[in-house]
Design a protein around this ligand. Structure first.
Ligand code: LLP
Length: 434
């Protein structure tokens, strides 16, 4: 990101081309962010429809005229309106719960383009997905295979099955978001895959359709994908000698975005390389499935917040803002870096180093550390690149109501989630009869 508050070159939020400064004021598309902050209050999530569609196009263009399906990894941002946009674009969905399935259906998503991932699918979730007619279940264990076969037999439906294999490759990302290593809880060890497929082929009401693998998130190199792919290709060939042929290969999601100074993978580079490898191995007929989440929405959103108090001190100076770890958990959980900028530049405020922290009673309640910002009490700030894994991971700790969400489309503004009220906060709680 550019240096903050450099008077001559207004910074553009990292990797967020649909957010720009005009005369020292930050805009999303045609809307000035400060007007949104004032009108709808803070903390406030704001998304750009154009940014989402731009990110989608980088995948859509790369798969054009190829047998491929992009299933948006909706855990990244599952607001109904965002899902509606993806459904309209023709996207499929990668879901991990019955709740996510219900959201897809509510938003008009096509269940035949849904893949159901996750290590702990429950019986009711299997039933709902079978009845909805999902594209496939990404099965992660022998116990799950057995359970799925039983549920499918009882409902007299055939369950399309893909096994999620753990290829034991290092995606070089934060340990909490790495999933394809032996030590992780995810998938079936690749050495046990052939026998597990054989076992699956003997169980009633299962139809083996594919192979699945997801190695981690915020990955910025192609090589871990290719290391995994090479192992998967060997597996697909071994399966075919056993008479097990697959229709699709799902390589998961995980492509990183630019938060700070990362260089993300261009989806087209990855997709072209994968197709080349498949074709050169005689597997050009396989349908390619991908489950990107963060790379489709992460840079399409920001979090607006207002400075409540400034607390300068000798050791560390704190800018206490009205967004907190309950609104954005990534810094507390992963020490994640998000850019911070004032919504107005060159206001005459003195630049100084601040830790940007929330009002919650936890030392982990910080959003950014040691940032040079020229700010004053009541100024508005933007926390960058918070379109993915941000609102969805928010909570109500300290009895804080969850933020509102806004979608901007050109000069159109839609509230896609109302700010929670105190009544929302206590809904379902009962007082005792004392
Ligand atoms: N498919 C599966 C099976 C997944 O587990 C995930 C993400 C995705 C697809 C989408 O991955 P993406 O393209 O978004 O990297 N909360 C963390 C990220 C957790 C990712 C979990 N799985 C964060 O804030 O960085």
């Amino acid at each position: 990101m550019s240096p903050q508050n450099a008077p001559s070159t207004p910074p553009t939020p990292a990797g967020q081309p649909f957010f720009h400064f005009d005369q020292n004021r930050l805009f999303v598309e045609s809307i000035e962010l400060e007007t949104l902050a004032k009108q709808y209050g803070t903390p406030l999530y704001v998304y750009s429809r154009a940014a989402i569609e731009h990110a989608w196009q980088s995948y859509a263009r790369a798969i054009e005229s190829r047998k491929a399906l992009i299933c948006y990894g909706m855990k990244a941002n599952s607001n109904l309106a965002i899902l509606q946009l993806f459904a309209k674009l023709g996207s499929g969905f990668d879901i991990v719960s019955g709740g996510e399935l219900a959201r897809v259906l509510k938003a008009g998503g096509d269940p035949s383009k849904v893949v159901f991932s996750g290590v702990g699918k429950q019986i009711w979730e299997m039933e709902a997905a079978l009845k909805a007619g999902v594209k496939c279940f990404n099965v992660e264990s022998v116990a799950e295979l057995k359970q799925l076969s039983e549920v499918a037999t009882r409902l007299n439906i055939v369950a399309p099955v893909s096994l999620r294999v753990n290829p034991d490759v290092d995606p070089h990302t934060h340990p909490y978001i790495s999933t394809g290593l032996k030590e992780n809880k995810f998938g079936i060890a690749i050495e046990e895959a052939v026998q597990t497929y054989q076992y699956a082929s003997e169980l009633p009401n299962l139809n083996i359709t594919g192979l699945d693998c997801h190695i981690g998130s915020q990955i910025t190199e192609i090589s871990p994908y290719l290391d995994a792919l090479d192992k998967l290709i060997i597996l697909i060939k071994a399966l075919s000698t056993q008479g097990i042929t697959l229709q699709h290969l799902d390589i998961g999601g995980g492509l990183g975005i630019r938060y700070h100074d990362e260089t993300p993978i261009d989806p087209a580079d990855l997709i072209n390389t994968v197709f080349e490898r498949l074709t050169s191995n005689g597997l050009g007929d396989l349908e390619l499935v991908m489950e990107p989440g963060r790379s489709l929405v992460g840079n399409a959103g920001v979090l607006l917040t207002q400075v409540i108090f400034l607390k300068p001190a000798e050791q560390r100076s704190f800018a206490i803002v009205d967004a907190a770890m309950n609104d954005l958990m990534r810094p507390a959980l992963y020490e994640a870096w998000h850019g911070v900028l004032p919504l107005k530049l060159n206001t005459g405020a003195k630049a100084q180093t601040w830790d940007v922290v929330g009002p919650i009673c936890e030392s982990a309640d910080w959003l950014a550390k040691e940032r040079t910002l020229a700010i004053e009490q009541n100024d508005y700030l933007v926390i960058e690149s918070t379109g993915a894994y941000s609102f969805v991971m928010s909570g109500q700790y300290n009895s804080r109501t969850r933020a509102a969400e806004i979608l901007v489309d050109g000069d159109q503004v839609t509230v896609i989630r109302e700010r929670e009220t105190f009544d929302d906060l206590i809904r379902g709680e009962n007082l005792l009869d004392l």
